[in-house]
Ligand binder design. Structure first.
Ligand code: SF4
Length: 350
């Protein structure tokens, strides 16, 4: 292994496996034994400087200081919501920005991080603030992982659950998403069942996950119960129509023996009627699934509105009556634009 990453000035540790770190150390005449210590400091103890790696000899620390970096991205801004939700703005080496959100739930020990997989997003969902940014590029596996490293370093807490629901469509960056999941499982010791990957419905990628017997949770942003409504708010339905998506999901659940989570954002007068609820109940009646209802969070660039409470409760009741487990997702961080569909990198400070 070369001393330095091809396009970087220094070797970047974030995202590297223990084997890769050992090879780096051996190739540079450092003790292989030290690799495990560095590995633990970065992934389990979340330190951000080599000076803090106090069980390494000074010569090793000096070598690392000169030739390596722990991360290549940096925290540019941070906002804390009244409910404790934290929204981070991270800057990549090429000056692109992405956001991540950390959510704590008072009644649980879980610490859930929502991370981004792309700079912007090409999918154009009409209700989503990220879509307004357009699409710039995929994040590398290392950049995906670094969001968690920096969140853990900032809070001093261990992230227990990861949801790939930040900026971008994860299944359009599937290789890097899968690589990052492998590292979260092996290096961060976060179990597959504590990881959720969200998609707006990229059928070939869902088939690929089915073929590999994907064991993390797949969440599908359905947001409509028929193709016409879906096409009006999610252009992806022009390419991958509603019925084909439902058929694909059915095969996915049969192959993986895993339930999918149906995400459904309720938008006033668009998809929140009793008729929509009945159609949704029918469409997913043969699909092993739970339903997560999300109350639309209005943002300044969107014409859509929040549904009224009565419609939300009726919608939930109809789905539950059909035998589905339904949760209404708690609104987190709406006051700092960290709630679902609100990530727009607009807080960036340059
Ligand atoms: S909802 Fe998701 S897939 Fe759709 S534009 Fe926003 S980030 Fe992209």
């Amino acid at each position: 292994m070369e001393l330095k990453d091809q396009n970087m000035d220094k070797f970047i540790f974030a995202g590297k496996s223990l084997n890769e770190i050992e090879k780096f150390m051996i190739d540079n005449n450092q003790s292989k034994f030290r690799a495990k210590q560095v590995f633990n400091w970065i992934y389990l103890k979340s330190v951000m400087t080599f000076e803090e790696m106090t069980d390494l000899p000074l010569t090793t620390r000096n070598f690392l200081q000169e030739n390596a970096q722990i991360v290549s991205i940096r925290m540019k801004d941070k906002q804390i919501s009244k409910d404790g939700t934290i929204k981070y703005l991270f800057e990549m080496e090429d000056s692109c920005f992405v956001e991540s959100v950390l959510m704590r739930f008072d009644n649980r020990a879980n610490l859930t991080a929502c991370i981004s997989t792309q700079v912007g997003c090409p999918m154009g969902c009409s209700f989503c603030a990220t879509a307004k940014l357009g699409y710039k590029r995929n994040l590398s596996a290392s950049e995906i992982i670094q969001q968690i490293i920096l969140i853990q370093a900032d809070t001093g807490l261990k992230v227990t659950n990861i949801v790939y629901m930040g900026q971008g469509e994860p299944l359009l960056n599937l290789d890097n998403v899968l690589e990052s999941i492998k590292i979260f499982r092996e290096n961060f010791q976060i179990g597959a069942r504590r990881i959720t990957v969200s998609t707006c419905g990229i059928i070939p990628a869902i088939n690929r996950l089915a073929d590999m017997n994907f064991q993390s949770t797949l969440a599908v942003s359905l947001h409509a119960s028929d193709n016409e409504t879906r096409k009006s708010i999610m252009p992806v339905s022009n390419k991958y129509p509603f019925d084909s998506l439902m058929e694909t999901l059915k095969k996915y659940t049969e192959k993986t023996n895993r339930r999918v989570t149906i995400e459904y954002v309720l938008i006033k007068d668009i998809n929140d009627s009793i008729e929509h609820a009945k159609k949704l109940a029918f469409a997913i009646s043969r699909l092993k699934s739970n339903v997560n209802l999300i109350i639309y969070n209005p943002n300044e660039k969107s014409p859509y509105k929040k549904p009224i409470k009565e419609n939300i409760l009726k919608f939930k009741y109809i789905l539950e009556s059909s035998g589905k487990k339904v949760t209404i997702r708690l609104e987190r961080g709406a006051d700092i634009d960290a709630a679902c569909g609100q990530l727009s990198s607009k807080t960036k400070k340059i």
